[in-house]
Design a protein around this ligand. Sequence first.
Ligand SMILES: Cc1cc2nc3c(=O)[nH]c(=O)nc-3n(C[C@H](O)[C@H](O)[C@H](O)COP(=O)(O)OP(=O)(O)OC[C@H]3O[C@@H](n4cnc5c(N)ncnc54)[C@H](O)[C@@H]3O)c2cc1C
Length: 481
Amino acid sequence: MRLKYHPILRFERGKEVTIYFEGKPVKAYEGETIAMALHAAGVRVFDYSVNKNRPRGLFCAIGKCSSCLMIVNGVPNVRTCITLVEDGMRVERQKGRARLPAEAKPPEFREPKVVSADIVIIGGGPAGLMAAINAADAGAKVVLLDENPRLGGQLIKQTHKFFGKREQFAGVRGVEIARILEDEARKRENIEIFLETSAVGIFQDGEEKIVLGVRKNKELLEFRGRALVVATGAMERMIPFENNDLPGIYGAGAIQTLMNTYGVKPGDRVLIVGAGNVGLILAYQLIQAGVDVKAIVEAMPKVGGYFVHAAKVRRLGVPILTRHTILRAEGKERVERAVVAQLDDNWRLIPGTEKTFDVDVIALAVGLRPSIELLHQAGCQIKFVRELGGHVAVRDPWMETTVRGIFVAGDTAGIEEATTAMLEGKIAGIAAALRLGIANESWLKEIEKAQRDLDEFRSGPFGKHVAEGIRKLLAEVGGNA
Ligand SMILES: Cc1cc2nc3c(=O)[nH]c(=O)nc-3n(C[C@H](O)[C@H](O)[C@H](O)COP(=O)(O)OP(=O)(O)OC[C@H]3O[C@@H](n4cnc5c(N)ncnc54)[C@H](O)[C@@H]3O)c2cc1C
């Protein structure tokens, strides 16, 4: 199930190692996560649910859900999608509620290691990286943490070329943009980077903000700074249908992680739910990886994504069934079939229109919602704004939330695109440095320029509703768009 050839990507695999899944050896490569290695070996069931003992498999592949929790070296509840393999590792399925091993002793309490900077940035996607680069250039000492093993956020799996302006990487593939931003961040001496490090809480100590971090599930760290940028991205939405928890049902981003980041084929025959840009791009990328895409179903009367993407997918022979939805997934321990049906103008199912697709993968490309948990916990005012994808933090035009010194950027601030995430990251990074009195006033021009670029970007047909959502947020703080 590992891809040997890809028209665009080359997979540089690390040294071969062996992990043990329920006692049986499984070949893996250094640099890949446990979930990817197991998937490549054909394992689909990762754990069984707590109450009904239902099989569960990989769903988000970026550490945001609980579908891939397993017991690793005796430790339960390990997120195997973001934990790297190590030679000799023992991995077992978790059945029901996890228990600590009988021989486990309470850990010895040790003071967490303290890492101090002017600005702490949570999330190393396009928003967090741009915040770090700009804050560092404005003179701030920055620490950047990300819970995934690689920098770049969602960009590391996007093989298509971006639209927009040249200065915002138009014509460059997402994977390449991630590489450029990572190189830029790494060459600045005033940026310190911590990977495989999850932020688990935000606290205030006098003038300082504290971000509590856990590195590699083992080490406790305390990141201290006078300002904070939260750029934790988004998570995939789920929709209700029968058996929507069967292994083999993934968020679209998880399928991209499997095939584009780790070179693992997600399956052989796929049904995609959702014909927005993400669903359309995913169909094309699956075909590039040699996977048969049976159809895309879309509940709306017309395709939501760009015409150019839809035309390309149709040319490749993939039917797009508008006014259709998924009714159920069928299969014993993994997806074996998907049943879809047509909807009438009042969103009711039309009896007798059911169609069955013989598939082993169902990809849900039904949207994202902002990851605001840390902002909520930190006491930032939260508001539901439909146009921004759900609950978001109220913030001003400089991306500062209602808690002074806590800034937000990217999908966490409202679901949009990598291009806007980078511009918001730039604003948040500079604004944080200005707020601390580190950046001089000449940086104001950079903020104004980024704001103009955002306005221009959002004036198009796809950006108008986002602009409306932002107006609602700014109304809360009395700011202008
Ligand atoms: C299939 C697909 C196709 C797309 N195509 C395009 C396109 O063509 N053009 C475009 O502009 N955009 C595109 N996008 C959207 C774009 O990828 C996102 O809008 C963008 O990546 C958002 O950037 P971000 O930095 O806000 O979040 P992300 O890229 O999601 O990065 C967030 C980072 O935060 C880290 N993180 C989260 N929580 C924690 C925590 N508690 N502790 C530490 N780290 C944490 C994550 O590990 C992650 O690395 C696409 C998205 C998808 C899914």
